[in-house]
Design a protein around this ligand. Structure first.
Ligand SMILES: Nc1ncnc2c1ncn2[C@@H]1O[C@H](COP(=O)(O)OP(=O)(O)OP(=O)(O)O)[C@@H](O)[C@H]1O
Length: 302
């Protein structure tokens, strides 16, 4: 579990992160979104103990990043945005080195290295120097080093950037598996990735939190209201529709389709279909409009 509370980070006069709070739970994959410069990497660096907060706290599996940085590092796997690898080291050698930094030794260390090579799909490239690997394979080495000590929390800064579509698919599958029993926070600019992988998303903009909600509810939040389209066989009297609680406006569109604006986050379809039955209206279609994640992101971060 990762608990970010009223976190602020300033660099001189620049406020990179401005009083944000959110929580990521065990078995949860949290998408961390925001435009360039929003403060994502800064937040992740603080949560992994690489940067101290200016104010506020981050608590990782019960340990405060400032008060217990070693306990935090033991429990966190971190893939930084600019994956800092030792290019002249061989893949095995590097993973052994990182494993030993985490206190792994002997057979157990060798076994973990083999398991990680296998897990991230480094098999064919495992005997090369890191400098000889393609971007995608370097990213896999970065993931393997983040996982080597079997941390309960994984913080991945743009893990799929620069990968080809096949590699993206494989890394997403891996993240999905890891998310079953770990806490995973990952940042990305690829919005369909969030829809595919995450149950929840946190969006920040200019250092401030602008959304923290289940991905499925983001649309209504961004729009500030829910739009429903109802098609009837005949024109209907809009007065009883407008009288339903939570319905703000009803407009007739082409034919006998009505655009119904309702309070954000509410689902009025049941009430509308019951009203239609009461009034003897033949309801041909009833559809709640979904906003795409792109639209939501743009609305919240412009
Ligand atoms: N060491 C630093 N010194 C000064 N300013 C910094 C430093 N690190 C980050 N910043 C500033 O803090 C702000 C947030 O940067 P950050 O890297 O956290 O954004 P981001 O959301 O990760 O962006 P991107 O999507 O482009 O990676 C930016 O304006 C950046 O210039």
């Amino acid at each position: 579990m990762v608990e970010v509370q009223q976190l602020t980070k300033t660099f001189g006069t620049q406020v990179a992160v401005n009083n944000i709070s959110f929580t990521a739970g065990k078995g949860e994959i949290l998408g961390f979104l925001g435009p360039n410069g929003a403060g994502k990497s800064t937040t992740m660096k603080i949560a992994t103990g690489y940067l101290p907060p200016t104010a506020g706290t981050v608590v990782v599996e019960g340990y405060d990043v400032l008060a217990a940085p070693l306990e935090v590092r033991r429990r966190v796997g971190y893939l930084p945005e600019h994956n800092p690898l030792y290019l002249d080291m061989y893949v095995h050698e590097y993973l052994e080195f990182i494993g030993s930094v985490h206190g792994l030794k002997g057979n157990h260390l060798q076994q973990r290295v083999r398991q990680m090579v296998d897990r991230v799909g480094l098999g064919r490239e495992q005997n090369k120097q890191i400098g000889a690997l393609s971007k995608g394979y370097r990213q896999r080495v970065g993931l393997a080093q983040a996982l080597i000590h079997d941390p309960g929390v994984l913080i991945l800064d743009e893990p799929t950037t620069g990968l080809d579509p096949n590699q993206i698919g494989e890394i997403r599958t891996l993240i999905r598996e890891l998310g079953q029993d770990k806490t995973v926070i990952f940042s990305t600019h690829i919005l369909p990735e969030v829809a595919a992988l995450c149950s929840r998303a946190v969006i920040i903009n200019r250092g401030q939190l602008v959304a923290d909600s289940p991905v499925s509810e983001l649309g209504a939040k961004a729009a500030g209201e829910t739009i429903i389209r109802a098609e009837f066989e005949q024109p209907v009297d809009t007065t009883p529709l407008l009288a339903l609680p939570g319905i703000n406006q009803v407009e007739q569109e082409a034919g006998n389709t009505y655009r119904i604006r309702a309070a954000a986050g509410s689902d009025q379809r049941g009430a509308i279909s019951r009203l239609a039955a009461q009034q003897g209206w033949v309801l041909l279609g009833l559809r709640q409009e979904e906003q795409s994640l792109e639209q939501v992101f743009q609305a919240l971060t412009k």
